[in-house]
Ligand binder design. Structure first.
Ligand code: AMP
Length: 585
């Protein structure tokens, strides 16, 4: 189905950071953009300096940096100076304990103010910050903290007792645990963060880091093997700053709400760093999604720029445009979405409910920042991810028979989405996985693993992921990780995990399990396995459904053919079965 283009008018162009897309591309230079930031003496650069210190030094310390809204509607305001002072205290806490430059500081927190202080304080201290999603269970946490060689962890006492204590003896690099809501009887080997911060000065000289020093470690999942730790450096702040300005149209003083959790890359890059470098106020809501609550926040906080995700938009659609119209959302200037394909219906629904479309944009953990976007002043083609950011070269490529990578010139021809390396926030490595990193590049391109098409006007259209990683409610889930947890159960012989389409979450996880000899495929066992997976993995990753099979389809080399499981489940063509091992039913 062809959707009508949403034309932009004078009011969309006036005051927009991109007035004319082509002219912005022609005039763009990363070096010039970097020069807009302070930097540190002798060519140094530090993300937290650009996010906080720069504003305070320029006399903007009293501007509102963060408004935190508690589950119970309590509000805590932090000016840029307040947030800097809190980050300084946390940096002092780390430094006093010998957590130094390049060492890894992990967080496992809900959306609490401490998370923001910790992220910025760790960066000020020259340490590497790695946020974990708070719904992870012990196994995903252990895998990530082990790969990342976590030296310090900031978490809550509840999470600590439930998720860390059972694995602490296996986390050999972990020396310091800070608890945000420490009781009078804290667990052995953990420090009360509030008390520790109260003892520290609120001044701290940001540690001198250079642009190529490692700053952030974000984990992402592959179809096989362990999660990958994408390494990002301080230089990425240039891209966070620029893409916030150009793709999200952020202006100083804007009230900005990024609904993503900082446990994922969007919530860190655009929920913390980008809005702060752009001098905006970030709104943080501790509570989970609730349509009415969200509209109340948009109205009461006078949000100007809103960055959310297709799953949330689909849930709002379910609640109906009528609900949106009960609120005064006239301050809303720009709405954007990321994380998975945004259905054209959702883009158009934005116009119905808010009088303006959602602007889809595309990027990945690896790219560190938005690469393709729909801009405020540019016409929107519903269903398209938009056009590349100024300073970013994208293309559609394919591998020819001789193994060479070549660009696919024809409009709307499908191929792999590829980017020319060189923008500041590109990952510098998968931590300790040289080979996996190297495989992402060919013929001078970074290959994204996504299939897409480009139309004659240069708009990009998402087709699907080249591999079979599952994307549920905006989170990437590696089947391997889920299968491994299921396999731990005494009754399980084999497990194969796929994503199946879901109207709300995009995809949900479904597992196919073959049982060991003697185990009976009963309903009681099915429930037990669901509970086991939930406990091991947390609700965000655990399968929603489990089906028993006598055998799972496998390749001759022993790999479970998830593609085939999926085709059978959805009644799709089974495709090439030449590598399929004969199946015993
Ligand atoms: P992550 O690394 O978790 O941010 O996931 C990145 C992946 O999410 C991309 O490679 C895409 O497969 C998918 N993705 C992100 N944004 C979009 C979008 N706007 N449209 C379609 N897929 C998207």
């Amino acid at each position: 189905m062809q959707w009508e283009v949403i034309r932009k008018h004078q009011q969309d162009v006036a005051g927009a950071n991109i007035q004319d897309y082509e002219a912005s591309i022609a005039a763009f230079s990363w070096a010039r953009e970097q020069a807009q930031l302070d930097g540190l003496p002798k060519g140094g650069l530090n993300i937290a300096h650009e996010a906080l210190d720069r504003h305070v030094l320029a006399g903007r310390g009293d501007k509102l940096a963060l408004r935190w809204i508690g589950r119970d509607d309590r509000v805590h305001d932090f000016s840029y100076a307040d947030l800097q002072a809190a980050a300084n205290r946390f940096a002092n806490v780390l430094a006093r304990r010998g957590v130094g430059k390049g060492e890894r500081v992990f967080s496992l927190l809900g959306r609490t103010p401490e998370l923001y202080m910790a992220a910025l304080g760790a960066l000020k201290n020259g340490s590497v910050f790695s946020p974990l999603f708070s719904a992870f269970g012990p196994e995903p946490i252990k895998a990530r903290m082990t790969i990342g060689a976590a030296k310090a962890l900031i978490t809550s006492e509840t999470f600590y007792r439930r998720k860390i204590e059972p694995i602490r003896h296996e986390l050999s690099s972990l020396e310091h645990v800070f608890l945000t809501d420490c009781s009078d009887d804290p667990p052995v080997g953990a420090t009360n963060l509030t008390a520790a911060m109260a003892m520290e000065q609120d001044s701290f000289e940001t540690v001198w880091t250079v642009p190529e020093d490692m700053a952030l470690l974000h984990f992402t999942s592959g179809t096989t093997g362990r999660p990958k730790g994408a390494v990002h450096v301080h230089q990425s702040v240039v891209a966070h700053h620029v893409t916030g300005k150009l793709a999200l149209d952020l202006h100083p003083g804007d009230i900005f709400w990024c609904t993503a959790d900082p446990g994922w890359v969007t919530g860190a890059s655009y929920g913390i760093i980008s809005p702060l470098t752009n001098g905006a106020t970030l709104i943080v809501d501790q509570a989970e999604f609730d349509a009415e609550r969200w509209y109340r926040i948009l109205e009461a906080q006078k949000v100007n720029v809103w960055y959310t995700a297709p799953t949330a938009i689909r849930m709002l659609m379910k609640a109906g445009a009528g609900l949106a119209k009960q609120f005064d959302l006239s301050n809303l200037r720009f709405m954007a979405s990321v994380g998975e394909p945004l259905n054209p219906e959702a883009v158009i629904w934005g116009v119905e409910a808010f009088g303006k479309p959602f602007h889809d944009n595309w990027w990945q953990t690896e790219t560190g920042g938005i690469m393709i976007a729909n801009y405020r002043s540019m016409d929107v083609k519903p269903g398209s991810m938009g056009r590349p950011l100024p300073g970013v070269t994208a293309s559609i490529v394919e591998r020819s028979r001789d193994g060479k990578i070549r660009e696919v010139g024809k409009p709307m021809a499908m191929g792999e989405l590829a980017l020319r390396p060189g923008w500041p926030s590109m990952m510098r490595a998968y931590l300790n996985e040289e080979e996996r990193y190297r495989k992402c590049f060919a013929g001078g391109w970074y290959l994204t693993g996504d299939l897409a098409m480009r139309d004659a006007d240069g708009y990009y259209w998402f087709v699907g992921r080249a591999d079979d990683v599952i994307k549920s409610a905006g989170h990437l889930i590696g089947p391997f990780e889920v299968e491994s947890a299921l396999m731990e159960h005494a009754a399980v012989a084999e497990a194969g995990v796929i994503g199946i389409p879901d109207a709300i979450a995009g995809e949900v996880v479904k597992a196919f399990v073959a049982l060991k000899e003697g185990a009976e495929p009963t309903e009681a066992l099915r429930k037990e396995l669901l509970g086991h997976a939930r406990k091991r993995l947390g609700p965000a990753i655990a399968p929603k459904d489990i089906a028993f099979r006598k055998n799972l389809p496998k390749t001759r080399s022993g790999k479970i053919m998830r593609r085939l499981l999926k085709a059978r489940e959805l009644g799709l063509p089974e495709g090439d079965l030449s590598t399929l091992e004969s199946e015993e039913q």
